[in-house]
Design a protein around this ligand. Structure first.
Ligand SMILES: [Zn+2]
Length: 418
């Protein structure tokens, strides 16, 4: 009995041991460094970091015909369990910014396990934790089984925000959504001030243009969506630019809301679909009922993004997976393509999924390929600066210098689909 317990412990210990980061040298590789393309480069990785020169025992990787990019960052996602992060990593997304977590204890447990090296194939994440919403506000209707904390008109705003930070929120997400009970503009501004007093970013959910104006006026740092209810007013982008905000477009989900699903097509791509776990495979194939698209016009969202881009407002790639028609990791490739449809060049779209979100969310250790940054890397065949879809031709993904075992993730995903 004691013996088998010891054996069990040994097996667990070996399964969860932290893999040592490999020293690497990529040769003859084109590099997107977070801003621009650099041709025919050598990139060295030592102890999980990008180094100025290769170490003697480095594993050589020939990059001929390939492009090396920073691991991608999805700036609007919701994660629940480790599979979300394994799927994301296998598909090149090494950092995920969670924008509302109903099950905060699960995420904090996951964070501890990741730190201990227990999930070598899982992407990294940051989380808003439980977002700040009014009693019966969005998204309480989506999680009727959980007793979510809500902020009533008489509650102490600072104490509420502090409680979220104590739970582990990395930034503060505010739910400003008038289809359900929500905050007054004064409350919104008070929440933003409370977040800023603690040095935290305040990001707001909005779905209409009026809400977007209110949130910007209240001092938020960023919008977690663009609106799709009305064409942007002529001064919308200059108003946003004057307030120095960033905008996470979530075009993937808005396109689905507007009645133009793309998820099945993405999942049919043999380079992407096989990495989807069962639940994600189901959600990406969910078709929203026709009447749902009432009030959603994708061309309004595109027009607003185009206007913001022209005004120089930082645009970040975020998918809002796992909403219907979207999936972890997979949808970010589509999101970058959608950004190019709003006037961004391919380089700007890649920036929106790498150095852009790293800068806005103060993830100073990543998002760029240069010595001293974490070796979160994505190697693809071809040149995504010429064809943005080349990001889907994944050759390898590394998290802090450790290669994600994509074959293992694909096999586990396949099993979970049957
Ligand atoms: Zn969301």
């Amino acid at each position: 009995m004691r013996r088998s317990a010891a054996l069990f412990w040994l097996l667990c210990a070996s399964a969860t041991a932290q893999p040592a980061p490999h020293n690497l040298i990529f040769r003859n590789v084109d590099v997107f460094d977070g801003f621009r393309m650099l041709r025919n480069q050598t990139v060295a990785v030592t102890d999980g970091m990008i180094a100025t020169s290769p170490s003697a025992n480095a594993e050589a990787i020939d990059g001929t015909g390939k492009t090396l990019l920073p691991g991608l960052i999805d700036a609007h996602i919701h994660i629940s369990q480790v599979q979300s992060l394994e799927q994301a990593a296998a598909l090149g997304v090494t950092t995920n910014l969670d924008m509302y977590a109903g099950y905060m204890q699960n995420l904090m447990k996951l964070r501890t396990e990741l730190k201990a090296g227990q999930h070598p194939n899982a992407a990294d994440f940051r989380t808003a934790g439980v977002g700040i919403t009014a009693p019966k506000g969005h998204p309480t209707e989506l999680m009727p089984d959980i007793k979510l904390p809500t902020l009533g008109p008489k509650d102490d705003v600072q104490a509420f925000v502090d409680a979220r930070i104590a739970e582990g929120s990395d930034y503060i997400k505010i739910m400003y959504e008038h289809q359900l009970p929500t905050f007054t503009k004064e409350q919104l501004a008070a929440i933003v001030r409370a977040a800023h007093r603690r040095g935290k970013l305040a990001v707001s959910h909005i779905s209409t243009q009026a809400e977007a104006y209110d949130a910007i006026d209240a001092g938020v740092d960023g919008l977690a969506h663009i609106f799709d209810d009305s064409p942007p007013k002529p001064d919308f982008a200059s108003f946003a630019a004057a307030h120095h905000i960033f905008v996470i477009g979530t075009l993937s989900v808005l396109q689905a809301f507007a009645g133009a699903p793309t998820g099945s097509q993405l999942a049919d791509d043999p380079r992407l679909g096989p990495y989807l776990f069962g639940p994600s495979w189901q959600i990406i194939h969910v078709k929203l009922p026709k009447q749902f698209s009432r009030g959603h016009r994708f061309e309004y969202a595109q027009a607003a993004m185009r206007q913001l881009h022209a005004a120089g407002v930082p645009l970040l790639a975020g998918t809002d997976a796992p909403n219907p028609d979207t999936g972890w990791g997979i949808s970010l490739h589509h999101e970058m393509e959608l950004l190019t449809g709003c006037g961004l060049t391919t380089l700007e779209a890649l920036h929106a999924a790498t150095a852009g979100p790293a800068r806005e969310f103060f993830l100073i250790d990543r998002g760029r390929i240069e010595p001293g940054r974490r070796a979160d890397l994505l190697l693809v065949n071809g040149d995504p600066s010429k064809d943005i879809r080349a990001t889907r031709a994944i050759v390898g993904v590394w998290k802090a210098g450790v290669r994600i075992n994509r074959d293992q993730v694909r096999q586990e995903a396949e099993k979970s689909r049957h």
